[in-house]
Design a protein around this ligand. Structure first.
Ligand SMILES: Cc1ncc(COP(=O)(O)O)c(C=O)c1O
Length: 389
């Protein structure tokens, strides 16, 4: 068997090492608290689950819905965007369903990147950006997200050569893994830069509904001119706790969406009708789940950060996302620290290096367990740090 070279360019190695470490530790009987995953432990509202359960009994629910899905879903997305962000969208041309935003974020590269073409990718960043680009043999121009710039892109540091070479730029606020948030000024700067250099902007908005302390994240499309230069990916995974359902949608520039639809229509035949209907129920629902999620993640964030701060591990509270991004509290690299913490205390985090070279020196904590478990994790971290002293 001779595998394709592109398999070697994926960033999976650190995740495989983490998975192997978890397997070894749990088979040796270690009690693990896994805060490394980004999948919510919460469930969707009952009325959403009911739609899936009832409609799946309907004999007419089993036809292909095709890539554009049913019109009612696209309309529900447009209505939700208007209500939440005051952004106007044409459901016919400016909304496209995807099988989770991962589907859209990986296939968007197919629509724009020829072998050797370049894209600006946040570093640290959610791995599908680099991997999606690697799958089409594109070239990554890292957009470093560093603490001194509040994990925002420094567009003025991009060389003229890179600005003219780049065809796409990926952004993501509230951000995974850094949990940083962006202001309207940042998005304005991005729109100007993209327009000037003919770059398509893809904003990953997976976490706009997870924000705390009164902060309300904005849509990239609220920025004047944004629809001319780009699209935004939204996911029902975190907003409505529907990660396993695989449903999201992309909104914005009609030409970009048409290109993505063309690629996807050669790959899939659309999403199961009861899932699209469940998405409509979620989007049209009263939104109580969003408030409940925010309260839940905020309490978990506070337990983790206040507990760690008391133990001498100074971490600042993020305003959004379901993650905490924390500097490695020992004199180790991120992978060694994660290994030691897992082996000694049974708490599993993700080393920052898994998200790119600029992630080194940090770890990502997923707030994906209930308050009792997070408190226990903090207790174990305290013990671990005391023994390290
Ligand atoms: C920043 C970011 N974008 C996209 C995704 C993918 O989400 P989905 O379930 O919609 O594919 C995730 C999932 O963790 C994420 O963290």
């Amino acid at each position: 068997m001779e595998f394709a070279n592109r398999l070697n360019n994926l960033q999976t190695s650190i995740y495989s090492q983490l998975a192997e470490m978890k397997r070894e530790l749990s088979s040796s009987g270690k009690d693990l608290i896994d805060l490394s995953i980004g999948s919510p432990d919460l469930s969707p509202p009952h009325y959403v689950k009911q739609v899936i359960s009832q409609l799946s009994l309907d004999d007419h629910a089993y036809d292909y819905t095709l890539t554009r899905g049913i019109a009612e879903f696209r309309e529900a997305c447009a209505t939700w965007y208007k209500k939440r962000f005051n952004v106007d969208l044409d459901p016919e041309t400016e909304v496209l369903p995807v099988m989770g935003s991962q589907d859209g974020l990986s296939h968007i590269f197919w629509a724009f990147i020829n072998k050797g073409d370049a894209a600006l990718i946040p570093d640290p960043g959610y791995p599908i950006y680099s991997d999606g680009l690697a799958l089409v043999e594109g070239e990554k121009i890292p957009l470093p997200l560093v603490a001194k710039n509040n994990y925002l892109p420094n567009l003025s540091a991009i060389s003229a050569a890179n600005a003219s070479r780049a065809k796409l730029m990926i952004l993501n606020y509230p951000n995974n893994p850094t949990a940083a948030v962006a202001s309207s000024e940042v998005f304005e700067e991005v729109v100007n830069f993209a327009g000037k250099h003919n770059i398509v902007v893809c904003h990953d908005a997976a976490y706009t509904e997870l924000a705390f302390d009164g902060y309300k994240p904005m849509s990239f499309l609220q920025t004047a001119g944004a629809k001319e230069v780009g699209v935004e990916f939204h996911s029902l995974s975190k907003t409505f706790n529907m990660a396993g359902v695989r449903l999201g949608f992309v909104v914005g520039n009609a030409k970009v969406l048409k290109a993505l639809e063309t690629i996807k229509s050669n790959i899939d035949y659309g999403t199961f009708r009861p899932i699209l209907q469940a998405g409509i129920a979620a989007l049209q629902g009263p939104g109580e789940i969003i408030i409940s999620n925010q309260n839940t993640y905020k309490r978990r964030r506070d337990i983790w950060i206040e507990g760690c701060n008391r133990a001498g591990w100074q971490i600042t509270k993020p305003k959004g996302s379901m993650f905490v991004w924390a500097p490695v509290p020992t004199k180790q690299d991120s992978l060694s620290f994660v290994r030691d913490l897992a082996t000694d205390a049974g708490v599993i985090l993700v080393p920052g290096i898994a998200f790119g070279e600029y992630g080194e020196g940090y770890v990502r904590v997923g707030l994906v367990k209930d308050e009792v478990v997070i408190s226990e994790a903090v207790h174990r971290v305290k013990g671990f740090l005391t023994n390290k002293d």
